[in-house]
Write a protein that binds this ligand. Sequence first.
Ligand code: SAM
Length: 358
Amino acid sequence: MSDPTPAGPHPNAALPAPVLTTPRVTVYHGDAVELLRLLPAGSVDALVSDPPYGLSFNGQAWDDTAGFRESLPHVDTARMGAPEVFEAWCTAWAAGALQALKPGAHVAAFGGARTWHRMVRGLENAGFEIRDQIAWLHTTGMPKSMDLAHAIDKHHGAQRADRIVQRSDHDGVLGATRSVLAKGTPVTEDAARWEGWGTALRPAFEPIIIARKPPAGSLVLNVLEHGVGGINIDGARFAQGRWPTNVALDAGQADALDVLTGSWQGESLSRKFPIFRFEPKPSATDRPRAFGVSHTTVKPLGLMRWLVTLITPVGGVVLEPFAGSGTTIEAATAAGFQVIAVEKNADYLPLIRSRLDQ
Ligand SMILES: C[S@@+](CC[C@H](N)C(=O)[O-])C[C@H]1O[C@@H](n2cnc3c(N)ncnc32)[C@H](O)[C@@H]1O
């Protein structure tokens, strides 16, 4: 693979003017691959982000290979497959982040179950060390699976008279949606043979990769000189002071664990893990709307606050290169941190503004 990191900044290259500023928050509108390398070197204490997963989620252009190629005009991606383009793109933004972070600073970045290994490679290619992986277990994912038997009937040109599909119009959140109310009866012999087969599990797990910029010298000296390098165990304790785990649950997963183990009657097993509320369509508080637009992939505020607290020194500067509706920004400012954020899609800037106005 050719080196996907953009050439160092041109000596005269400068950050554009921020589009939103408050005493604690600076938001840039632009491409993180381009902008992170322009941030002052070694100026940031932590990076917490929910980047695109490279899954073309819900048909969103920002999660698609074409968008990643756009960020890499200096790389010949023509002969690369989608996974390689995604890895090259991750390497490129991670390289910018590496220069902006202080030595020893941590990264917490969400990944998709199918593509996170490419992000990990991108982080490593850029020079980060991988420290851990937090399993975010939730109950809100929907399976994106092909009904093989129905696809075979279609392939044979056979229509199912008893199949019922409901389509809903664009609602600004998930776009146009399709629900299969009744699968119908297989028509062809081939379809009958493959009835009940699909192509995907229901997603209930998202990894959060914890990486670190290598410390300068010993960790102790690095912490004393740069103020970063460790994780805030006491700050991230939960449930009357338990040590933070590398598993976090939403309320549904917590209930399921207690019911399955029968532990809901006494000391519940789920209390051993931090639990963060998540709603299938996040609530008005978690999912701001502005000018009819909302964001499809909003993360729970409590989870983001916990992550920021875990890896950022008190009062430090958090970088969020893929701000979306601004959940990380709101979580970090509520916890007393400064934030530098980047968002490429102008449609989402009003959502960030509405969070800052709250
Ligand atoms: C997964 S979403 C983040 C959602 C966010 N966690 C929230 O709660 O609203 C990723 C965001 O990254 C933005 N994005 C994609 N490519 C980008 C790039 N190259 N530079 C900056 N932002 C980008 C997308 O527009 C999208 O809003």
